[in-house]
Design a protein around this ligand. Structure first.
Ligand SMILES: NC(=O)c1ccc[n+]([C@@H]2O[C@H](COP(=O)([O-])OP(=O)(O)OC[C@H]3O[C@@H](n4cnc5c(N)ncnc54)[C@H](O)[C@@H]3O)[C@@H](O)[C@H]2O)c1
Ligand SMILES: O[C@H]1[C@H](O)[C@@H](O)[C@H](O)[C@@H](O)[C@H]1O
Length: 338
């Protein structure tokens, strides 16, 4: 059986997922697309022979669409995920699940009321080989119990005018929020934020770089650097300090070169390349699971947990350098998601 997929939002990552479903993966076909940018969606639809709909809701309601992928802008996600649940259709939603914790909670409540899991969130780092190796190292106690995590999320630049305010947290650090909780098998209890000297390349309404200090239930301290105008490349770093050793996230594979009196390796500049294999595995597993009527990837509860943490990080960011420690508390995970 082929899963007939409708894609809402044919921008950067929407096109990436359409390309991988059409050319690399098996078991699915993109049959329906929609974007508010009419020219763009027309060009995408022509390439894959998909039908263009007027709105995201029309795609969700279409009889010949079995499952939905939401890759539109963050603030539109909640509406489309809720509509997919109401239509009883499986939905893969790129991060963030919703832009507020309340929005994610509405999704969790709707899914529980529906009675069957339908929602998966696009936290693709859990599918990345290098993060999986790091997790194996920690789970196998090869560095003893983790005590400290140093991590950095660096982008070369961000789109002027489209990236502002709380986005270093809700759009960027949200990946670390999800993956570190998964990596450490732990939950967060508090956060504070610190602003280092601002880079000259940061827009007026953006604190860049930014540092957040998270504490987990087990007492692990995480210092996270978010630097979205670092200029030199797309660089994701994670170092876990344990009782008996230190484990680093492997660097992406790159040729070690000796040339012109220098020893060097290239650094990637684009998130698409850094996580290309992870995205492939993530979407292939989603297709396979969806065909079996299952959801096994990051759930709406994971999306909600990340949003609650992100909200606390934003509160800490708004009070940065004041020493304010913002508590993070989550209700018990409902049985539905265990
Ligand atoms: N997992 C990842 O690493 C990753 C990477 C990139 C983007 N994302 C997420 O994916 C989402 C899209 O990001 P992007 O980089 O592709 O952005 P983008 O701006 O390139 O694409 C978003 C598209 O959504 C369309 N759109 C907006 N509102 C719409 C609506 N109501 N109905 C239909 N289409 C609508 C826009 O016209 C645009 O073409 C964001 O939530 C982003 O955080 C995740
Ligand atoms: O939407 C993108 C994407 O999630 C990237 O993985 C992240 O590095 C960027 O900061 C974010 O803007």
């Amino acid at each position: 059986m082929t899963l007939r997929v409708g894609v809402i939002g044919t921008g950067a990552i929407g096109q990436e997922h359409i390309h991988r479903i059409t050319n690399k993966l098996t078991g699915a076909k993109v049959v329906a697309v929609i974007d508010v940018n009419k020219e763009q969606v027309q060009a995408v639809a022509e390439k894959i022979d998909a039908k263009i709909y007027e709105t995201g809701h029309d795609v969700i309601k279409a009889e010949d669409v079995d499952a939905i992928i939401v890759t539109s802008w963050g603030p539109t996600h909640e509406e489309f995920v809720l509509a997919s649940i109401a239509a009883g259709k499986p939905v893969f939603c790129e991060k963030p699940l919703a832009v507020t914790a309340e929005g994610c909670k509405r999704i969790v409540d709707a899914e529980i009321a529906h009675g069957k899991k339908l929602v998966q969130v696009g936290f693709m780092r859990r599918y990345d080989e290098s993060y999986r190796l790091l997790k194996e190292t920690i789970d196998n106690q090869r560095i003893g119990e983790p005590l400290i995590v140093h991590c950095a999320h660096r982008n070369p630049s961000v789109p002027q005018g489209l990236y502002y305010g709380a986005m270093p947290i809700v759009d960027t650090f949200i990946h670390e929020i999800d993956v570190l909780r998964w990596l450490l098998n732990d939950d967060y209890v508090s956060v504070q934020a610190i602003s280092p000297r601002k880079t000259r390349d940061a827009a007026e309404d953006l604190q860049d770089p930014l540092m957040v200090l998270l504490e987990t239930k087990k007492g692990i301290r995480i210092n996270g650097e978010i630097f979205v105008n670092c200029r030199y490349g797309y660089d994701i770093q994670c170092q876990v300090v344990g009782e008996t050793g230190v484990a680093n996230l492997p660097e992406p594979m790159s040729v070690l070169m000796r040339s012109e009196a220098k020893l060097s390796t290239d650094i990637l500049v684009d998130w698409k390349k850094r996580f290309i294999d992870a995205f492939d595995v993530e979407i292939q597993e989603w297709i396979n699971d969806t065909l079996k009527g299952e959801v096994n990837g990051p759930s709406a509860w994971d999306g909600y947990f990340a949003a609650v943490t992100a909200d606390a990080c934003v509160e800490a960011m708004e009070a940065m350098n004041s020493g304010k420690i913002v508590p993070i508390s989550m209700p018990e995970c409902p049985k539905f998601y265990l």
